[in-house]
Design a protein around this ligand. Structure first.
Ligand code: NAD
Length: 457
């Protein structure tokens, strides 16, 4: 069996080291470099997503109560799209032009994934790793156990397990894996663990791709189609795993004058989407577990914040549900304005002039995504030139991550490196510079003794 299951035996340093030896030998055979192997593995991955869509949807339902349509669009379809693209472009990705740059696989790589899109964020990086010809170990998140065990099972069934494996488990297993010398580590998750991953990688000078999070702002100007903007904000918050998404809108910035109109519109559209009792809506994911439920409750119950709820706020602890909640003018030094929310709470922060929003954003750490709603050309330019973020969208939310011609990744505390589309191949490839020379044109000036007569250039 290719997959190492935690219930079978303890996955400790010894097991990790043993597995590493096997993968190094398999990678050393050169098998992953052939076009045929890479194509067959990508096709198997695609087939797995096609054959087992229902199992996947069920696992996501079990881990997150994720609505079927959301699972199909944001996890399965995106995975199939990325796979199909890699299959289609595999030949051109290989093309080394005049062979001045020769792409080569990095070797044996580790992918550590989080719970919020437990399928896509596990397998999407692997597409790039396989396309580039690497051996891969995936460590899915223990917080989405149904998807983690399904991934272990499916990868065991569909993929070449001499080179592609899944190790299930939590901190202990990940720590054992991190002790190994990898050729690249791709980690998606929070910045605190990101620092642990990077420190472990530094011991071996292993490069890292860190896909982290942060507070993603949406600036809302008044020169907009308010209904469309509102719907797109909702789509980029509650219709994305109930806000448990790295690029979900974390908070809104708008002017004091415009805030009441925006709030009315949000309330109206929220009710039309989720009804009068959103806690009962089948179209909202639940909070992943009681720890995260408690974390979100703490943000909401902070003294200086609890009076600022202007919509929602209802919770169902037993079923881990929190209704879409809007807060107006929470203090800047509150927890909710300083921590990534990663849930269904949306603070609206008001400013005197819309341009002041940019100072608010720039006073924090650099976000993974930033959004602006406006028809004002000057404001768009100012936004793009003054705000540093992993990515940005003018007049929409979230969907930039589905554009495969754009790299997806953070900057500063929201991450380093990027992937998606061709950038996934690049993320797991070393671009070797190769120069071919003949024997003519051997300039004497290169060789000592450096006599004056040689300086005739
Ligand atoms: P998580 O708790 O599932 O952790 C992610 C992975 O790290 C898991 O596989 C887990 O086992 C491992 N891990 C946890 N603690 C560890 C430790 N001490 N040592 C070694 N490994 C450890 O997921 P999470 O971190 O709660 O995920 C949410 C965060 O991820 C948010 O900050 C979100 O913004 C970010 N995120 C970023 C992206 C992106 O593409 N940039 C995508 C999704 C989520």
């Amino acid at each position: 069996m290719g997959s190492v299951k935690k219930e079978m035996a303890v996955f400790d340093s010894e097991a990790a080291s043993e597995m590493m030896k096997e993968l190094r030998v398999a990678f050393g055979s050169g098998k992953t470099r052939s076009y045929e192997w890479r194509l067959s593995q990508l096709k198997s991955l695609l087939k797995m997503a096609e054959d087992r869509e229902q199992d996947i949807v069920q696992a996501l339902r079990s881990d997150l109560s994720k609505p079927e349509l959301e699972s199909s669009i944001y996890e399965v379809s995106m995975l199939k799209g990325a796979c199909t693209l890699a299959i289609k472009k595999l030949k051109t990705l290989d093309d080394a032009g005049k062979a001045e740059i020769v792409p080569e696989p990095l070797g044996v790589v580790l992918v550590i994934s989080p719970w919020n899109y437990p399928l896509l964020l596990s397998l999407d990086p692997i597409i790039g790793a396989i396309a580039a010809g690497n051996a891969v170990v995936l460590k899915p998140s223990e917080i989405a156990p149904a998807t983690s065990s399904l991934l272990a099972k499916l990868v065991g069934e569909y993929m070449d397990n001499s080179l592609i494996r899944v190790v299930e488990g939590a901190v202990a297993e990940t720590t054992a894996l991190l002790e190994q010398k990898w050729d690249k580590i791709c980690y998606t998750g929070n910045g605190r663990t990101g620092r642990i991953v990077m420190a472990a990688a530094a011991k071996h000078l292993t490069p890292v791709l860190l896909e982290l999070g942060g507070k993603c702002p949406a600036v809302v100007d008044l020169s907009i189609n308010l209904q469309v903007a509102t719907r797109r904000i909702i789509a980029g918050k509650w219709a994305c795993n109930n806000g448990q998404t790295c690029v979900a809108v974390d908070y809104i910035l708008t002017t004091k004058d415009y805030a009441p109109k925006l709030v009315d519109s949000l309330k109206h559209e929220l009710e039309s989407f989720y009804g009068k009792n959103p806690l009962e809506s089948k179209d909202l994911s639940r909070i992943v577990n009681s720890n995260h439920f408690a974390r979100l409750t703490k943000l909401l119950d902070e003294d200086k914040v609890s009076g600022k709820i202007i919509h929602g706020g209802e919770r169902d602890k037993a079923n881990l549900k929190i209704a879409p909640t809007i807060l107006l003018d929470v203090p800047r030094d509150s927890l909710i304005m300083n921590e990534e929310i990663f849930g269904p709470l949306l603070p609206i922060f008001t400013v005197d002039k819309i341009e002041d929003s940019f100072d608010v954003i720039n006073s924090g750490t650099k976000p993974l995504a930033a959004y602006l709603f406006t028809n004002n050309k000057r404001l768009k330019e100012q936004f793009v030139t003054t705000i540093s973020a992993g990515g940005m969208i003018v007049n929409d939310t979230v969907i930039h991550l589905a554009v495969d011609t754009l790299p997806f990744g953070g900057v500063q505390e929201s991450g380093m490196g990027s992937y998606h589309g061709k950038f996934s191949f690049d993320a797991f490839t070393h671009k070797k510079a190769v120069l071919y020379r003949g024997f003519a044109g051997d300039a004497p000036v290169r060789y000592p003794p450096y006599t004056k007569g040689k300086l005739t250039l």
